[in-house]
Design a protein around this ligand. Structure first.
Ligand SMILES: *Cc1c(COP(=O)(O)O)cnc(C)c1O
Length: 366
């Protein structure tokens, strides 16, 4: 490692916890010099980021590569959305905003509600009626957001949200807000910091396509700063029933059990295809059956309870030929607890027995 890079890690720029002896303070303080902030930018943080990069032994064996899982469900509101929200809300506060708004399939609303509450701002949320997982809706509501269910899908809700700033004093915090992308690129920085360089392959679910755009930006910026020697091939995965980029046209009625990627007209469509082609990667689709198989495999074989949408990255990896020994990172974008209904639907209800020792011993069949 060269000296400049050592200096970066040693706290001059990034303030990493191992050498500074300080606790993790969130992505803005950790990566301040690579983010659009200055000394007067207020930092609205829940100490997001710093998530585990977990080696997946059984998955590695299955695919004949060295596979790591980036556990984004470990973020404060249970998904990677917190990385972008800390910056979007901090910048909105810096600009004097009193209110923020977003359309959401769930996790964006949970994150926006939490960070807006932290900043003392009003948060308004539009969600597609009947298509939002319980754990996410619960968070938006308990953090005090103004939540409206729209009789339409995510794409329709986002279209309305994008027009609101022309009519009301409010900042949009969807990933059409460039600060969201800038905050989310910190995930790539952390992966390179942990591995010592960029991986060979980066697998990621694609919904509105902001995250694949952000990771690619992060890898490229780290290489440009001399903090990585290379960039990975970016492999993005859409659900088969919601695969506008792969199919090459807007999907009017996207359908998938992976509600976080149930999007028919991605806001970051072009940058996502650029990330795939510039990196020598691709965007492909995986079926709901493959997603659910990967979801169960992750829980049973790797002890990681992720969202169905997150499992799309692993479902995609499982159907991709991988060079032997390649270093692979799969981003697991959100926590399984965000969607308890789906989890319960995938297992059998526990049997009930009499409260006697013999009945229990019998039933457990140990
Ligand atoms: C938002 C989200 C996605 C999709 O990310 P995009 O940036 O919209 O492509 C995937 N998984 C989870 C859990 C999410 O919350």
């Amino acid at each position: 490692m060269d000296e400049e890079r050592q200096a970066f890690r040693g706290g001059r720029v990034g303030d990493p916890s191992p050498t500074s002896g300080r606790a993790w303070e969130g992505v803005i303080r950790r990566y301040r010099d690579l983010l659009p902030v200055n000394d007067t930018t207020p930092v609205v943080t829940l100490n997001e980021g710093g998530t585990p990069l977990l080696h997946a032994a059984r998955l590695s064996e299955r695919v004949g590569a060295d596979v790591f899982l980036k556990i984004e469900g470990a973020n404060p509101t249970g998904s990677f959305k917190d990385r972008g929200m800390t910056l979007a809300i901090s910048k909105a506060l810096e600009e004097g905003a009193r209110a923020v708004v977003c359309a959401s399939t769930g996790n964006t609303s949970a994150s926006a509600a939490a960070y807006a509450a932290r900043a003392g701002m009003t948060c308004a949320v539009l969600i597609p009626e009947g298509h939002i997982a319980l754990g996410k809706l619960a968070q938006a509501l308990v953090h005090g957001a103004r939540v409206l269910q729209v009789r339409g899908n995510f794409d329709a809700a986002l279209e309305i949200v994008r027009r609101l700033p022309d009519h009301a004093p409010v900042v949009v915090v969807n990933s059409v807000n460039p600060y969201r992308i800038d905050g989310q690129k910190s995930g790539a920085f952390e992966i390179v910091d942990a591995l010592g360089d960029a991986p060979d392959l980066h697998c990621i679910p694609v919904g509105n396509a902001g995250n694949i755009t952000a990771y690619w930006k992060g890898y490229c910026e780290y290489r440009a700063a001399g903090l990585a020697t290379r960039v990975p091939r970016m492999l993005g995965f859409q659900a088969a029933g919601a695969a506008p980029i792969v199919d090459g046209h807007v999907v009017e009625n996207p359908e998938t059990i992976a509600t976080a990627i149930r999007i028919g007209n991605p806001a970051s469509w072009y940058p996502a295809t650029a990330a795939a082609s510039e990196s020598g990667g691709a965007i492909a689709k995986v079926t709901d059956e493959e997603i659910l198989a990967a979801y169960r495999l992750l829980a049973v074989e790797e002890s990681v309870f992720s969202e169905a949408a997150s499992a799309a990255s692993v479902a995609g990896l499982l159907r991709t030929p991988v060079p032997a020994g390649a270093r692979v990172v799969c981003v697991l974008t959100g926590h399984g607890l965000n969607d308890p209904d789906l989890a319960i639907s995938q297992v059998s209800v526990p049997a009930a027995v009499d409260a006697t020792f013999d009945a229990v011993l019998d039933a457990l069949a140990l």
